[in-house]
Design a protein. Structure first.
Length: 409
């Protein structure tokens, strides 16, 4: 990351911090705007956390992330269960069962740990959950009839996954995305807010290193194709996964399915695979019960139209991870665009969260530079600040003055 990119990243982080501070202090939220306020705050907090993680990723201090996206009920969680080698994620047919981002990472333990993060209270940590109970635990937190669950911003699951991709990456399950969906969607068991889900998913989308987009080739309704064209294609370089291949017509090949879907989505064939996660899970379950190593089993037994492209998917993911740090400019731009989109939506609701900063704030620059060059004793810091002439109190002037007078700068 060059100096210019680092500056943009710092400006964006400061912008998000100040926006959250403004929302926390300046607004009296009424009943008509409380849902939007909560969603906006949640998205900004997630963005702040993702910016920190992105910086750590570029510096080689964090594992790469693989995010799975798509409209509701497109097989995202089922595909992730295959990639993780365990059947723990909720796979119900009801739309909107994944309300928040679920982060999944390997930990060398016998059982699983689930950490639930909230917007307005301390995290809840549940340890020593058996594999066959993780799914019901996650379903419990997805129940929107429980008021406390509406405050959840994110869930983290750590444990003994059996991924054939290895243990050095983090997976993200995301809310279903849908343009134009209403809160009163007829497929949802409650008044589900798909707009809020979409905003959460877009926030997560900007933070991941590898984007996987799921679709089903037999659906008549293609709202997901609209989302793909407007929000994914041209902005990201996704790996496209056409799921439910076991429901293919007789004699239909993978190439036939790709051509059928390509017209609606504008897919790149070499970036697209056709798979049946349902069949893959059955084979993984059998192999584990027999004590066989998953990656070897997949290489040997994932044959035929429904399974063979899992190996292509594996190679695509690993190839993308190898080049993720080369996409720094695009990633920063996506963060900036996402913030501006949130700002426009906020303005429509009469919330002013502030424009994107073009230079770091003076106060932040002073603090950073003084902490580098001076003893951190509070009185020394105050004495130093008093000595700075008023004429120097511009961004450029302060930086020049501090660099001249602060030891180490």
């Amino acid at each position: 990351m060059d100096e210019k990119q680092m500056k943009r990243l710092e400006c964006l982080k400061q912008t998000v911090d100040e926006a959250l501070d403004t929302l926390d202090k300046a607004y009296n939220v009424n009943k008509n705007t409380v849902d939007f306020y909560d969603n906006l705050t949640s998205c900004l907090r997630t963005m702040r956390e993702d910016l920190i993680k992105f910086k750590a990723r570029v510096k080689g201090e964090r594992k790469p992330t693989v995010g799975v996206f798509g409209c509701p009920s497109r097989g995202k969680s089922t595909l992730l269960n295959v990639l993780l080698g365990v059947n723990i994620l909720t796979m119900r047919s009801t739309d909107g069962t994944t309300r928040f981002g679920t982060e999944l990472s390997y930990k060398n333990t016998e059982q699983f740990q689930v950490t639930v993060k909230y917007n307005n209270k301390a995290p809840e940590i549940r340890n020593d959950i058996p594999e066959d109970k993780v799914g019901s635990t996650l379903t419990e937190y997805s129940d929107e009839s429980k008021p406390g669950n509406l405050d959840i911003s994110k869930i983290e699951v750590q444990g003994p996954f059996h991924s054939f991709l290895g243990n050095d990456m983090v997976f993200l399950d995301t809310p279903g995305v849908e343009l134009g969906a209403s809160k009163e969607d007829k497929n949802s068991p409650v008044n589900h807010d798909f707009e809020a889900d979409t905003n959460r998913a877009l926030t997560i989308l900007s933070s991941v290193d590898v984007v996987i987009f799921c679709m089903i080739h037999k659906l008549k309704e293609r709202k997901d194709a609209v989302f793909y064209q407007k929000k994914i294609k041209g902005q990201y370089d996704p790996i496209n996964v056409i799921t439910a291949a076991d429901a293919r017509d007789e004699g239909e090949t993978n190439n036939d399915i790709k051509k059928k879907v390509q017209k609606d989505y504008g897919l790149l064939t070499h970036r697209t695979v056709v798979v049946s996660s349902k069949e893959a899970l059955k084979k993984i379950k059998t192999a584990r019960s027999e004590g066989r190593e998953i990656s070897q089993m997949i290489a040997a037994e994932f044959k035929g139209e429904n399974l063979e492209e899992f190996m292509n998917l594996s190679n695509m993911i690993l190839k993308e991870i190898a080049k993720t740090t080369g996409n720094i400019e695009n990633r920063i731009r996506h963060f900036e665009e996402l913030y501006e989109n949130l700002r426009r939506e906020a303005k429509e609701k009469n919330f002013d969260i502030g424009a994107l900063k073009s230079t770091p704030s003076i106060n932040k620059t002073i603090i950073d530079m003084i902490n580098k060059g001076l003893d951190k004793d509070e009185q020394i810091t105050r004495d130093f600040l008093r000595k700075i002439p008023p004429v120097q109190r511009t961004y450029v002037g302060l930086v020049k003055y501090i660099r001249k007078h602060v030891p180490g700068e």
